[in-house]
Unconditional design. Structure first.
Lengths: 144, 444
């Protein structure tokens, strides 16, 4: 049984370590708001209602300005609603051209999103959790 | 108030048509004049609403800022082919043409729309959209598909007034945005017969969270806009009113929708001469049929639909009860299923659709001297009968951001159809064809 030789104890240990380290490397996205937005946390449902344009105010009542971080969009929507970007684009075409609402503002980089959220009370966006600082408040974490 | 006055001042009246064989016996009103009036009325309505919106926006409590404008659009370049001679494939009753047999055609799905949206503040905004597509007069004159002012003081209440769309579609409130659809076009067997899907009026939407989703109730009403191309003629009902209601619930994977809409025309004189002729026949059954012909009628749509989207899967189904109360009263079902599975940029899909639209039993045997009237009567009774089904397969290829290429093949069988027509515009009987379609959808 030559195959058995592949699964020596050392090989198995290597596989387990690879799996564990892979698990630990799971990236985290942080949904962020202004510290004085009046929002401490958001449920996943509340976040998807906001980012998919179903509601336009933060739970505190502040009108929401929703921002997409271009480089993280695909991971964000996969983590939030399990949909690919092509489906999200078609979704927004439905809403935008039936006069319902406009899609989130597209921002090129995470630092610009952090600056906007830190400066404007109703703004909500998302960045890599490792980039979050005191200027903003994290209201939801999403692993992807 | 100003908006209400303008709506009431819109022209009234109705034009309709008869089968070719009896055209000369029936009267038609002037389509051009009425259409111009309708456009002028709509423009005045829109200007008035924009003025109200602009002033209200300035007076609102929200911080005064410059309006935030968004400009964009959508379009489809489409080509289609089938080999069935003497059959023109249309996607709905509105088009005065489509794909003719044994010819490569480009008029079926091709269209373009432009939209401007302005947000004055979080509560007030306005949207204007125009769409150019092959219309009921066989040209590409653009229509005002949206032109409204929105007032949304909270997430749970929204009021819109102006040019609006009947909320009957599962994929957004439009049948023109190809990019929004998985397949090349919305299901013909469900939406192909409801082309009076615009109105000048108002709608009110109430929303509330239910479970992990959001529920909404919408009611709307106003003066109908939209028309048909039947029997080689444009048919419009400018005096008709539209009312409707929608209940919807949506979460991240599932959307459930129940939609009802009723279009009520009050001045349809298209069958008056037939009624008078029947009334003059000394036969009880003929008198009965004459008494059943009214100048007032309803077109009613009542549909249930569901869309499921999760990971690579998307599945949507629609079942709609459609009725037309004009003599002899037509009723039937339109249904459709579309299933797709995304593999990266590719999304293969299958479609199925069926419509049955049958007249009520209205048998009448006239005496031999009225043989000519019998022919007309039989044609009128059968004028909108439809039994059509489609099975299709295709693939959507999202090859770049905001662009999708779709290649689709459909097998269409129709024992009777008014959506399929002959080159002279008459209904088709016993047709079977294979339609090949390629479309390029885009948004910008």
């Amino acid at each position: 049984m030559p195959l058995m030789h592949l699964f020596t104890r050392r090989t198995l240990l290597t596989l387990v370590l690879a799996f564990v380290s892979g698990w630990a490397r799971a990236e985290t996205l942080a949904v962020i708001v202004h510290p004085s937005s009046g929002v401490d946390s958001l449920s996943r449902e509340e976040a998807s209602h906001l980012f998919l344009g179903r509601i336009k105010h933060l739970p505190s009542g502040t009108p929401a300005v929703v921002l997409d971080t271009k480089s993280l969009r695909a991971d964000f929507y996969r983590a939030l609603v399990n949909r690919e970007m092509n489906e999200i684009s078609a979704y927004w075409a439905r809403l935008k051209f039936s006069g319902r609402t406009q899609p989130p503002e597209q921002i090129d980089d995470a630092e610009s999103v952090l600056r906007r959220v830190a400066a404007e009370r109703g703004t909500i966006g998302y960045v890599d959790a490792a980039r979050v600082d005191k200027r903003v408040r994290v209201v939801l974490l999403l692993e992807y | 108030m100003q908006a209400a006055i303008l709506i009431e001042s819109a022209d009234d009246g109705l034009k309709s048509v008869a089968p070719d064989s009896v055209n000369s016996e029936w009267e038609f009103s002037d389509p051009r004049g009425r259409r111009v009036n309708a456009i002028v009325t709509s423009t005045r309505l829109l200007i008035a609403l924009l003025a109200i919106s602009a002033s209200s926006g300035a007076l609102a409590d929200d911080p005064a800022t410059e309006p935030l404008w968004h400009f964009g659009g959508f379009g489809t370049l489409g080509a289609g082919y089938h080999s069935q001679e003497d059959v023109v494939y249309r996607r709905d009753l509105e088009q005065a043409g489509g794909i003719e047999g044994d010819k490569l055609g480009f008029r079926l799905d091709t269209r373009i729309g432009l939209q401007a949206n302005a947000s004055f503040n979080p509560r007030w905004s306005t949207t204007i959209q125009a769409v150019s597509r092959l219309n009921s007069e066989g040209n590409w004159a653009p229509i005002l598909s949206w032109g409204f002012v929105r007032y949304a003081p909270t997430d749970w209440l929204e009021l819109r007034a102006g040019r609006l769309g009947a909320d009957i579609y599962l994929e957004g409130d439009s049948r023109h945005v190809g990019y929004a659809y998985t397949a090349a076009r919305p299901p013909t067997e469900v939406y192909g017969v409801v082309t009076q899907d615009r109105f000048d009026g108002a709608d009110l939407t109430l929303r509330t969270p239910i479970g992990d989703g959001l529920g909404s109730v919408k009611v709307y009403g106003g003066q109908s806009r939209g028309d048909f191309y039947l029997y080689g003629q444009r048919v419009t009902q400018d005096d008709a009113t539209t009312v409707g209601a929608t209940i919807e619930w949506a979460n991240d994977t599932l959307t459930l929708k129940a939609a009802w809409a009723d279009i009520h025309a009050r001045g349809d004189r298209s069958l008056v001469e037939l009624r008078d002729a029947l009334a003059s026949v000394p036969l009880a059954q003929a008198q009965l049929r004459a008494s059943q012909i009214q100048t007032s009628h309803h077109i009613t749509f009542a549909g249930l639909s569901a869309r499921y989207e999760n990971g690579p899967w998307s599945l949507q189904g629609i079942l709609a009860r459609e009725t037309f109360s004009q003599f002899p009263r037509y009723s039937g079902w339109g249904s459709s299923v579309v299933a797709g599975y995304r593999i990266g940029a590719w999304k293969p899909y299958l479609t199925w659709g069926r419509i049955s639209f049958e007249p009520d039993d209205s048998a009448l045997t006239l005496p031999a001297p009225a043989a000519a009237l019998q022919v007309v009567y039989d044609r009128v009774v059968d004028r909108l009968t439809m039994n059509q089904r489609t099975f299709g397969a295709g693939v959507r290829y999202d090859f770049a951001t905001d662009y999708a290429l779709k290649v689709q093949i459909e097998k269409i069988n129709a024992s009777s159809s008014s959506i399929l027509i002959t080159p002279s515009g008459l209904p088709v009987r016993d047709a079977s064809l294979t339609l090949f379609t390629v479309v390029l959808d885009f948004v910008f």
